[in-house]
Design a protein around this ligand. Structure first.
Ligand code: AMP
Ligand code: GLY
Length: 437
C-alpha cells in the first residue's frame, strides 16, 4: 500500500487526518486509494495509518497544534475524525488560516456537545425527536417525572463518552440517576444540566450525510451494537460491531430522514449562523410512524465508518473536499457496493471500564489475507521490536464484505479467528437482529 501510495503523484493533494481510531484508519485507507491524493498525514494516527503515510504526534483536541501542523505541511485538506477535535475548535483554527477542513466549527459541533442545544434546535426547526424538558434542578426534575410513566430517559447535557444516558425502569432508578448526575456529578461538568425525554420505541439505525454548510447529500445507513457483551448485555461502549446495509433503513426511510431531519438541520444551522460542515450522523429510532432523531453526532460513527468505507466504491477525496469548500452541489453522486459489510470490533480485555493494555497481538496480516477482509487499527502500537501490542480499549476492527450479511459475518469472524490475541475479546453475535429476520 505504501509504495503504491507514494508513487501516485498525479495531483498534489495532501490530506491531514485528525484522530487515532478505527474510523480514522478506515478514512485513510479509503483516501489512500484516491488517484487525487498524493500524501496522507495523521495526527496522532495509529500503526495502521502509519502504513499509509506519516503520523505526527499532535493530539486530536489540540486545535492550535492541528492548525500549525496543517500550515507547516501545507496540506490541501484536513479531515476531522473525532468530535473532540471539532469541539476544541480545530475547524475554526483552520478557517482562520484558510485551510479547507472537513469537520464542523466549534459552534456547529454543539449539535453533539450539548444535548440541550440539540433538543432546543430540533424544536425550533420541527425536526422529529422525543419530547423533552431541560433541568438544572433535581427537585424540579423529580417533580416532572411525577406525572409520567416509565421508562424514563435521563441524559447528561454534555459530552460523556456515550455513557451519559440512563434509561430508568422505575421512579426510584430515575431519581437515583438524577441525583448521580446533578449532585454527585458522575459525568463532571457534562452533568450541570440534564435532559429528560420521552422513551422512543422502535429499532435504532445510524445514518450519515455529508454537509457543506448549505446543503447535504446522503451516505448510507448502518446499525451498530453498543453493549459490550453478546445478547446486547453489559455496559455501553462506543460500539462493538456494525453492519451495513441496515434493513430497517429502507429507501423511503432514507428519503424521509433527508427531508425531515438532515436538510432542515443543515438549513437551520446556516440560518442560525452556525453552518454545519462535515458529516452529520443521525442516531435514529425507526418506528412504524417514521424515523425519529435520538441524537446527532458531528462525525462518523465508529465502527459504522469502517463498514461505510468498505462499501463506498466512489472516490472519497473529491467528496470531502467539495463539502469542506461549500461546493457539494457540484460533487458527483456517490456509489456503493451492493454487497453487505460486517465490522467486528476486537477490544482489550477489561474494556470499556479498565482495558488491559500491553498484550501481544499476532496474526493481523494473516487475517488481512482472507478474501474481502480488511483489518483496521485503533488502540494498537508497535513495540521496539515491531510487534503489535494493545494500547487502548477498542483495538482492531475486522471488516468483511459478502454477498449477504451472513457471508460478510462469516468472513469477518474467520478474520477474527486468524488473529492470535489472548488479551482481547469480541462479540460473537454481531448482526443477530438482522440475521433473525
Ligand atoms: P444517546 O447517547 O443519546 O445516543 O443514547 C444512548 C442510547 O440510549 C441510544 O443509542 C438508545 O439506545 C438509547 N436512547 C436514548 N434516547 C432514547 C429515547 N428517547 N428513547 C429510547 N431509547 C433512547
Ligand atoms: N458507534 C456509535 C458512535 O460512534 O457513536
Amino acid at each position: 500500500m505504501r509504495d503504491k501510495f507514494h508513487c501516485t503523484m498525479r495531483s498534489p493533494m495532501k490530506i491531514l487526518i485528525v484522530g487515532s481510531g478505527g474510523r480514522e484508519h478506515a478514512l485513510g485507507w479509503k483516501l489512500a486509494q484516491s488517484p487525487l491524493v498524493s500524501a496522507l498525514i495523521a495526527a496522532p494516527g495509529n500503526p495502521g495509518l502509519a502504513e499509509l503515510g506519516r503520523c505526527a504526534s499532535v493530539k486530536a483536541d489540540d486545535a492550535a497544534g492541528i492548525a500549525a501542523l496543517a500550515a507547516r505541511e501545507a496540506v490541501d485538506l484536513v479531515v476531522l475524525g473525532p468530535e473532540s477535535a471539532a469541539a476544541a475548535g480545530a475547524a475554526d483554527a483552520l478557517a482562520a488560516i484558510g485551510i479547507p477542513c472537513f469537520g464542523p466549527s466549534q459552534a456547529a459541533a454543539e449539535l453533539e456537545s450539548s444535548k440541550a442545544f440539540m433538543k432546543d434546535f430540533c424544536a425550533r426547526h420541527g425536526v422529529p425527536t422525543a419530547d423533552y424538558m431541560v433541568f438544572d434542578d433535581a427537585i424540579r426534575a423529580k417533580a416532572y417525572l411525577g406525572g409520567r410513566e416509565p421508562p424514563f430517559v435521563i441524559k447528561a447535557d454534555g459530552l460523556a463518552a456515550g455513557k451519559g444516558v440512563i434509561i430508568a425502569e422505575s421512579r426510584a432508578q430515575a431519581d437515583a440517576a438524577i441525583d448521580e448526575i446533578l449532585f454527585l456529578r458522575k459525568f463532571g461538568t457534562a452533568g450541570q444540566r440534564i435532559v429528560i425525554e420521552d422513551f422512543l420505541p422502535g429499532e435504532e439505525a445510524s445514518f450519515f450525510a455529508l454537509c457543506d454548510g448549505e446543503t447535504a447529500i446522503p451516505l448510507i445507513a448502518a446499525q451498530d451494537h453498543k453493549r459490550a457483551y453478546d445478547g446486547d448485555k453489559g455496559p455501553n461502549t462506543g460500539g462493538m460491531g456494525a453492519y451495513s446495509p441496515a434493513s430497517v433503513f429502507t429507501a423511503a426511510v432514507c428519503d424521509e430522514t433527508m427531508a425531515r431531519i438532515i436538510l432542515p438541520t443543515v438549513r437551520g444551522m446556516a440560518a442560525e449562523g452556525r453552518p454545519f460542515t462535515g458529516v452529520l450522523f443521525a442516531g435514529l429510532m425507526v418506528s412504524p410512524d417514521g424515523p425519529k432523531l435520538i441524537e446527532f453526532n458531528v462525525r462518523f460513527g465508529d465502527p459504522e465508518c469502517q463498514a461505510l468505507m468498505r462499501r463506498l466504491t466512489s472516490d472519497l477525496a473529491p467528496a470531502l473536499l467539495a463539502a469542506a469548500k461549500g461546493d457539494l452541489k457540484s460533487a458527483a453522486p456517490l456509489d456503493w457496493d451492493a454487497r453487505a459489510c460486517a465490522a467486528v470490533v476486537y477490544a482489550a480485555n477489561g474494556y470499556p471500564d479498565e482495558p488491559l493494555t500491553g498484550s501481544l497481538i499476532r496474526g493481523v496480516e494473516e487475517a488481512d489475507l482472507i478474501e474481502d477482509v480488511v483489518v483496521f487499527h485503533a488502540g494498537t502500537r508497535r513495540d521496539e521490536d515491531g510487534h503489535l501490542r494493545a494500547a487502548g480499549g477498542r483495538v482492531l476492527t475486522v471488516t468483511a464484505l459478502g454477498d449477504d450479511l451472513a457471508e460478510a459475518l462469516h468472513r469477518a469472524y474467520a478474520g477474527i479467528d486468524r488473529i492470535n490475541w489472548p488479551g482481547g475479546f469480541c462479540r460473537r453475535d454481531i448482526g443477530w437482529r438482522a440475521l433473525a429476520r
